[in-house]
Design a protein around this ligand. Structure first.
Ligand SMILES: [Zn+2]
Ligand SMILES: [Zn+2]
Length: 412
């Protein structure tokens, strides 16, 4: 069944892979090994993020545990696929506790962790020449070579060790406002006290007569003013909360319409794929020391993004999509939940909004298995790591990542 480009398959969700990935990610943020299930491009982003945090003297601990009784919710069977791969979006509810060394910042939240799990389509044997990097040493190779033994580290792989893998993940927060009632009561008491005390004291001090009557009137008038002020504060908070929940929500229809334009040129393209790509590019750009050196970023990183140490996507709007010849240029707005390490040396949570321009040549359909860490030269066929090169290291033919994948051309 297809709804809005998304194929709802009845196929079982890779729940086991999801569970393992959550454990591995928790381990990684606790100072452990790189998650084995992470794809090469995701490893690259995680590595850049860790380097950035280390250079700032921050160690992030992030423990994630399944919320009690939510195992059944940990299976959302939405997938999108190309000829060879099937990407399954698996979402689960978790309890996350995040803290940083040398920092007072700590957040404990009920979150949704969404992982994009890539697996081979049943019954499909991918091409042996498919570029793939070695999960052990990271060298650019091909599927056939890795099955025979990596040229550099000699490790042999079975297909079952290469797939499934996780190509991306993001966290959504479910803020729980029900726990706020005790806080509300305390705030209301404080508001009323602040209004009642001056209303009682000031007239009593000035007039020095009918003290008891003045106290009673003061309590009543002060109480009413406190209540009204408290009501205004709550009203204001509710509106700003609605605004937050609706971030980017108004642009959904036009976004789907604009992305559909690309689908006419590239039948394998999907909105989900594009959102994953956009957040992956954003993370790589803000986590890296010098984004302009990377083949996937044709621009620098703006100052206000330079202190981001953790970024999650909340929503994505496509503002424009232009196709000239085979070059497709898209301007997007990313609505993000980010942690910043500000100039005062404090970690702060912010809801951010960034504009990002992305470009790709639409000559070839989307390949879900594509990794910038292992590409094949269009001229000599050799596999190489393209993350920071502009030409094939073997035959010197210029290589443009945008022939195969989306690149970022501006961020502001
Ligand atoms: Zn190797
Ligand atoms: Zn070449």
């Amino acid at each position: 069944m297809k709804i809005l480009d998304m194929e709802f398959t009845g196929a079982p969700v890779p729940a086991e892979a999801y569970k393992q990935f959550v454990q591995q990610l928790s381990g990684w943020y606790g100072g452990g090994e790189m998650p084995q299930l992470a794809s090469q491009d995701l490893r690259f982003a995680l590595e850049l993020q860790k380097q950035k945090m280390n250079s700032l003297g921050l160690g992030m601990q992030c423990a994630m545990k399944g919320s009690s009784g939510t195992d059944k919710n940990n299976a959302v069977g939405i997938s999108y696929s190309d000829r060879v791969f099937n990407n399954c979006i698996v979402s689960g509810n978790l309890h996350m506790t995040r803290s940083f060394s040398n920092q007072v910042y700590k957040d404990t939240d009920e979150i949704g962790l969404t992982a994009v799990i890539q697996d081979l389509k049943g019954g499909v044997q991918p091409d042996k020449k498919m570029p793939l990097s070695c999960p052990n040493c990271g060298a650019a190779s091909t599927l056939g070579e890795l099955e025979d033994g990596c040229e550099y580290c000699r490790t042999k792989f079975l297909m079952s060790e290469l797939y499934p893998k996780v190509s991306n993940f993001f966290i959504t927060r479910h803020a729980d406002y029900s726990q706020n009632s005790a806080k509300n009561k305390r705030q209301l008491m404080a508001f009323m006290a602040c209004c009642i005390i001056p209303m009682v004291l000031i007239p009593s001090i000035i007039f020095r007569d009918q003290i008891i009557a003045r106290i009673i009137v003061g309590i009543m008038v002060g109480g009413i003013i406190g209540l009204v002020l408290f009501g205004f504060k709550k009203l204001f908070e509710t509106f700003s909360l609605i605004g937050k929940q609706a971030r980017g929500g108004g642009g959904t229809i036009s976004t789907l319409h604009r992305l559909n334009k690309i689908k006419k040129f590239d039948p394998e393209f999907s909105g989900e794929y594009f959102r994953d790509k956009a957040i992956a590019l954003f993370r790589i750009a803000v986590y890296s020391k010098n984004s302009a050196e990377l083949a996937c970023c044709k621009c620098g990183c703006p100052d206000r993004a330079a202190d981001i140490i953790e970024a999650d996507i909340f929503n994505l709007n496509v503002n424009s999509c232009e196709i000239k010849g085979d070059v497709c240029e898209v301007e997007t707005t990313l609505f993000l939940d980010c942690l910043h390490f500000n100039k005062k040396g404090k970690i702060v949570f912010k809801c951010d909004k960034f504009r990002m321009r992305m470009r790709k040549r639409l000559k070839k359909p989307t390949e879900l298995g594509f990794s910038m860490q292992a590409v094949s030269c269009h001229s000599c066929g050799a596999s190489f790591d393209a993350h920071n090169v502009k030409e094939c290291p073997y035959c010197r033919t210029p290589y443009e990542l945008e022939d195969d994948d989306w690149v970022m051309t501006a961020l502001y």
